[in-house]
Structure formats: C-alpha cells, structure tokens
Ligand binder design. Structure first.
Ligand code: CP
Ligand code: NVA
Length: 303
C-alpha cells in the first residue's frame, strides 16, 4: 500500500514519479482537462490543527478528479479519548478510499497507516510536512528548470517544514543550508539520519543567517512559532528577530535568488512585506502548486 507518511519513507523514484505526475496534471488543467481519475472515490481528512492550504487543496483536488471528500476535526473523529485510535482508524478506513491527517504527534499518522487499511497521507505533523516540500520542489523546477545543483537556504526555526525540505533536497540532488538561532537547530538525531540516508547531501548548519544564505538560489522561511507552540510566542519573537528575511538578507544570496515561504506568513516577523510581495517571491505559486501536488499524491497513492 502506498502511504505518504514522510519523505524518508519514499524512494527516490516515488518522489520523481509524484512530481512528474503533478506537472502533467497541472498542464492538463491549464488545457481545461479535468480527468475523472478518482471518480466515486472518497477522501477523509482528519485534522487536529487549523489549515487553509492543505485542507482546501486536497478538497479541490478530489473534486476536480471526480471524487469527494469528508472533513473531520479531532473532536468529530473522537480522537480526544472517545475510543481507541486503532478503532477510529479502522472505522474511517471502512468508509474511505484514502485518508489525509494533520496531527501533533507523527505517531498518530503512523497508527492510521497501520490500522486503517487504506493509504494515509501526512498533511503536516509536528515532525514533518512532506506534501509542502514536494509542492515546493514543483515550484522550484518551474522557476529554475532543474533541481540538481541548486542551493536552498532555510532561515528560521528548525521545524517540520525545514525537516521535509532537507529530505526533499536529499532526494533531488540539491544542497541544503539552514540558519537558526542557537537552540532551534534541526535535532541531532534528524541530522544524523538525513546524512545516513542521503550521503551525498551537502548540508550546512549555521547560527548566522547571512552565512546560511550565502550563494543560495532559494531563501526559504517559515513562521517562528508553529501550531502547538503558541505559549512560546513572546520568547521566540525576541530570539528570532535577527533571522527576519529582509531585502538586505536577500542580498547575501545569489543575485538571481528567489524567496519562498510555505504560508501562512506572519508579515513583519519572519519576512517583510517588501520581500514577500517583491519580484523574487514565489509564495503564491507555491500555494497554488499545493493543489496540483495534492492531485498527484492522491492519484499516486490510489494507483
Ligand atoms: N502551508 C500550509 O500547510 O498551509 P495550511 O496550514 O494553511 O494548510
Ligand atoms: N511550521 C508551521 C507550518 C505551517 C504550514 C506549523 O507547523 O505551524
């Protein structure tokens, strides 16, 4: 069964197949084609956290492909202790062809993959955000015409989005640099796993944002406070202030560099309006590609 629980769990060929399919489905839509590849199929989405892009992109993807989707909050699904997770997963699996989840714990996604009997897609967990990173790779290919040899510099918190971007770079032959404040680096366990899994990946870690973005083709950032960390907001705002992506920081990157952000953005915190709305920004093409990528993940997983 084809699950998308993390990018570590995918082979190199899977990643390339999903991206090729996303590209093809996008160009078919541009020609006005909405092939009913998933006619009659049902996607159930179970989300423990808010979402605009992920929820909507999967719903729109399912509708355009001739299928339908159902949305359940954590409470609706009974994940607040109403019954065992394994029972919830088996019941949802009985009504659905595929399940997408947004969770705090990655283990909840893994439990659904184990118990539901249906393909499971990770729509973000505290640990990673694989669909985001895959859609970003589609955007990068459109902007640069290639992946291999490009350098992506991520500035900010060593969070779920950073993890999946590092893995995506490993799969596609890009180099990955990350600039974080001290104490907010990628976990040591993740860094050793990613180095073992992708021995050729060039990975630079720094606590200096200017050093991290030097010669980068892509400067990427995300919120300083992720969903679930709201109590740390004030502390984080102070600690991360030197890591704001400004026009000046963009100047330390390659002259042709582009700016990326998974959104939602906290304008005036991790990025200035000038960068986000400026000519280097790819934020909104990134958001649109979430839907093309969602389609390809659904088609890939459902055969
Ligand atoms: N980028 C992203 O996943 O956005 P949402 O939280 O709105 O789904
Ligand atoms: N790191 C952010 C990403 C949101 C798409 C979060 O987890 O809240």
């Amino acid at each position: 069964m084809r699950h998308l629980t993390s990018l570590f769990a995918l082979s190199n060929d899977d990643v390339r197949e999903i991206l090729a399919l996303a590209r093809d489905l996008k160009s078919r839509l541009r020609r006005g084609e909405r092939p009913a590849l998933l006619a009659g199929q049902v996607l159930t989405q179970v989300f423990e956290k808010p979402s605009l892009r992920t929820r909507l992109s999967f719903e729109a993807a399912m509708m355009q492909l001739g299928g339908s989707s159902i949305f359940l909050s954590r409470k609706d699904a009974g994940l607040e202790g109403r019954e065992a997770v394994s029972d919830v997963a088996r019941v949802i699996g009985g009504y659905s062809d595929i399940i997408a989840l947004r969770t705090y714990a990655q283990s909840l996604i893994d439990d659904f993959a184990r118990w539901s009997g249906k393909p499971v897609v990770n729509g973000l967990s505290d640990d990673c955000h694989p669909c985001q990173a895959l859609a970003d790779m589609q955007t990068i290919q459109e902007a640069f015409g290639q992946w291999s040899g490009l350098r992506l510099a991520y500035v900010g918190d060593g969070n779920n989005v950073a993890v999946s971007l590092a893995e995506a770079c490993g799969h596609l032959g890009m180099s990955f640099a990350i600039g974080t404040p001290q104490g907010y680096e990628l976990s040591r366990d993740f860094v050793s796993r990613v180095r073992r899994r992708f021995p050729k990946l060039e990975l630079l870690e720094s606590n200096d944002p200017h050093e991290a973005v030097k010669d980068a083709d892509i400067v990427y950032t995300d919120v300083w406070t992720s969903m679930g960390q709201e109590d740390e907001k004030d502390t984080r705002q102070k600690i991360f202030s030197a890591f704001q992506v400004t026009p000046e920081l963009m100047q330390s990157a390659a002259r042709s560099a582009r700016f990326m952000h998974c959104l939602p953005a906290r304008r005036g915190q991790e990025v200035t309006d000038e960068v986000m709305d400026g000519p280097q920004s790819l934020c909104f093409p990134q958001a649109e590609n979430r839907m093309h990528l969602a389609k390809s993940v659904l088609v890939w997983a459902l055969g």
